[in-house]
Design a binder for this molecule. Structure first.
Ligand SMILES: [Mn+2]
Length: 330
């Protein structure tokens, strides 16, 4: 008997009007787990508003329920409870949520080890491959039938957050749940076609520019590691005619290089500001590195935002990695 969701289920049963939220710059897990939970609560007869501040990336618009997601909230509207999924920090849930006067009790369901437990009820399971896995567990514990629409959303959540089952987070549990979701109607090839093989040409134009910034750097030290960096500027987005989310995943090209242990993408986010995405495949815990800058994430995937020029931000991050290596004598 899974008791981890007892309090969350209690909130779901006693309330009528709910808000479901996930983080800004949403990816597959944010959207899939948000929609999976939204549909699950609606199937319990609840009145549910699904909110994400940023637009849904094109490739996820086919997901059942996606067209019902709102991107603005009237701050005077009150809710019995708010369910937040896949988000480690309250301020990443978007302005609309933060400015709400009456969000009700906040139920925080997440798998980020760096989650600061901002909810009134917190179900934080760092071992889960995706928040979508937790929504799956919630449905099972609450006795909600996982129909094909919920299944499709949760399959996308698990599939994207495990890097198509390539990452260390792709546990036996993740495979078992994904297998069950396929049984319940999620179609792997249909989903793969829509999510991974239906990309606009402008994304590749952007990628070409980003790859031309590749810098592979040797970090000296005890063991000595290689890091690879990529950068994307606002000007590149403009030239390629690409939307903001189209650089998502580009950081993996940096990590994919032979001998490289940390891949980094610097993304210009405003005047003198860069969003830093870090991916590791070796001993470096990138969540630890980003936390010193107010960011967070997982051991192998984390991010933060820094002020300064590209050169300054890059130097700061390299220095932090060097310090982390020295601290751990790697
Ligand atoms: Mn996630």
């Amino acid at each position: 008997m899974d008791r981890r969701f007892d309090k969350a289920i209690e909130e779901a049963r006693k309330g009528k009007k709910f808000l479901v939220v996930s983080h800004i710059s949403p990816e597959g897990d944010a959207i899939g787990s948000l929609l999976g939970l939204t549909l699950a609560l609606r199937s319990m007869g609840k009145d549910v508003t699904a909110y994400i501040e940023d637009p849904i990336p094109e490739m996820f618009k086919f997901l059942p329920g996606a067209s019902t997601v709102v991107h603005e909230l009237d701050n005077a509207v009150s809710f019995d409870a708010t369910f937040a999924v896949d988000c480690g920090q309250k301020d990443r849930l978007g302005r609309g949520f933060v400015e709400l006067k009456e969000p009700g009790r906040v139920v925080n369901i997440d798998h980020h080890a760096t989650n600061d437990c901002f909810g009134d009820v917190n179900v934080i399971v760092p071992d889960a491959s995706a928040a979508g896995e937790l929504v799956y567990d919630f449905c099972k514990a609450a006795g909600v039938e996982i129909n094909s629409e919920i299944a499709e959303n949760l399959y996308v959540a698990i599939h994207t957050d495990t890097g198509s089952f390539r990452y260390s987070s792709a546990t036996a549990e993740a495979f078992i749940k994904a297998g069950d979701l396929v049984k319940r109607g999620a179609e792997p090839w249909k989903i793969a076609r829509l999510v991974y093989e239906n990309l606009p040409a402008r994304k590749f134009k952007l990628l070409a520019m980003v790859l031309s910034t590749l810098d592979v750097i040797d970090i000296e030290g005890a063991g000595g590691i290689k890091i690879a960096t990529l950068a994307v500027t606002l000007d590149m987005f403009k030239k390629a005619g690409a939307e903001k989310d189209m650089a998502d995943g580009f950081v993996n090209y940096a990590r994919g290089i032979e001998g490289v242990q940390v891949g980094i993408l610097f993304r210009e986010s405003g005047p003198q500001a860069y969003k830093v995405s870090m991916r590791s495949k070796g001993e470096v815990d990138v969540a630890e590195v980003t936390m010193s800058f107010g960011g967070g994430g997982h051991r192998n995937a984390a991010g933060c935002t820094l002020k300064g020029s590209l050169e300054e931000v890059k130097a700061t991050i390299i220095k932090a990695i060097r310090a982390d290596l020295a601290a751990h004598k790697l």
